[in-house]
Ligand binder design. Structure first.
Ligand SMILES: [Zn+2]
Length: 424
């Protein structure tokens, strides 16, 4: 994972496929992150009050001005934006962070539940869960997944197969012939009222009629239209998971992709779910499966934001893109600000619970990087092998039409500031 440049560039030393410079960088990052966690822990031990905003904390101020910072590498300290580009990026994160807050509407979630065949999904989940329990017992192991995990898996199958439709070019509504891209068209008052700020125009290849494709980011609308591309899919699916009672995250990737994370209470961790692909718990799909390179993956939930890039990019040297949109300390500040805003009205015991969860996740994310490094090192020695654990199995190449879309996702005038409907 990249960090803000602090040292003079060194000559890259390569040993076969293994880049020693990258290895050193990774190691430095790990040490930095380890020190940062120890530092956070110390800060909390020193103060019994609820956590102040990072920028207001005297501990952070002391650390950033410490003379030690010139002599040894310190953990990254959150820092407010110093320039217009960073301000813009932090503002973008703030805008994106609003998406999952819209799911917390009882009327919306009630409406969503009426669209879901609950009896069927619960029955299916029950069957799958029982089979899973029996299989686990037969080999003397504890079940890997809980009942609610199977409920979401059933929802995932139904959503992709029966509920939502993928739209590239909409069909002509007059003669049902295929259409070709015509360009963006201004929204009608009705489309604007229903939340579509961007409308794509398509011309029918048969009768020449203009077909409109409004891009809705309003989940209420998506329950009605039930179609779209990855933005609409991820947005609507994440909301439906929430309606079924799971804690959810809407994950934004800066290379113009979005997906879902659902919290597994059984496993006490966030699980990757991609509604477009019908994929459950395959976070390495995009990099090691499809060969994509990613820079930022930020997860937004009702409780804040988290940089989850390391879950999706295990080996930054192979699958990471430069993280140069904003200095790392400013990104951290932006994320902490979103957490502060989302959590400011929570009682202290909720703060504590979320902090513990943040720490546990940070340990997991760090472990992913260490594990990838260990794998790199092991691969230097011919004949060496290491056991595969947890979600580390490599996803086979499953690139299909949806995935191919990602290669050239941005169409006419799509803007990264346009929220979930701005993606693919
Ligand atoms: Zn037509």
């Amino acid at each position: 994972m990249a960090n803000k440049p602090q040292r003079a560039p060194r000559a890259s030393v390569s040993t076969g496929d293994f880049d020693v410079t990258e290895f050193s960088k990774e190691f430095e990052n790990l040490m930095r992150s380890k020190k940062f966690n120890a530092f956070q822990l110390q800060s909390r031990c020193d103060s019994r009050t609820s956590s102040p905003a990072p920028s207001q904390s005297p501990h952070f101020a002391a650390a950033t001005t410490s003379p030690r910072s010139t002599s040894c590498p310190l953990p990254i300290m959150p820092h407010p934006p110093r320039d217009a580009v960073s301000v813009k990026f932090c503002n973008l994160l703030r805008v994106l962070s609003v998406t999952p807050t819209k799911y917390e509407n009882p009327g919306l979630l009630d409406d969503a539940l009426t669209a879901i065949p609950l009896d069927r999904l619960y029955a299916e989940a029950d069957d799958e869960h029982q089979i899973h329990q029996a299989q686990s017992a037969s080999v003397g192991k504890k079940p890997q997944w809980g009942y609610q995990d199977f409920v979401i898996q059933s929802l995932l199958k139904w959503f992709k197969k029966s509920f939502f439709t993928w739209v590239n070019n909409p069909q002509c509504s007059r003669c049902y012939m295929p259409t070709i891209v015509h360009g963006m068209v201004p929204p009608t008052p009705d489309e604007t009222a229903r939340g579509a700020t961007r409308v794509e125009g398509y011309k029918c290849a048969g009768c020449g009629a203009l077909e409109r494709f409004p891009r809705y980011s309003d989940v209420w609308q998506l329950l009605q239209t039930r179609c779209g591309r990855v933005g609409e899919w991820a947005n609507c699916f994440t909301m439906l998971c929430r309606a079924l009672g799971s804690r959810v995250r809407w994950v934004w990737n800066s290379e113009d992709y979005v997906w879902t994370e659902v919290y597994s209470e059984h496993q006490r961790r966030w699980v990757h779910v991609d509604a477009c692909e019908g994929v459950w718990d395959q976070p390495r799909l995009y990099t090691e499966g499809w060969g994509r390179k990613l820079s930022y993956c930020i997860a937004f939930s009702i409780d804040g934001a988290t940089d989850v890039t390391r879950r999706y990019v295990r080996n930054a040297a192979k699958h990471g893109l430069p993280r140069n949109r904003v200095p790392e300390d400013v990104l951290l500040w932006g994320i902490y600000e979103i957490r502060r805003i989302r959590r400011e009205k929570l009682p202290e015991h909720e703060h504590q619970r979320l902090r513990k969860e943040d720490e546990r996740e940070e340990r997991d994310l760090r472990m992913f990087t260490m594990s990838a490094l260990a794998k790199e090192i092991t691969s230097l020695f011919p004949g060496a092998s290491r056991p595969v654990r947890g979600d580390e199995h490599k996803t086979p190449l499953t690139q299909d039409q949806d995935a191919a879309q990602w290669v050239n996702p941005r169409q006419q005038g799509e803007s990264e500031n346009s929220g979930p409907d701005g993606h693919r």
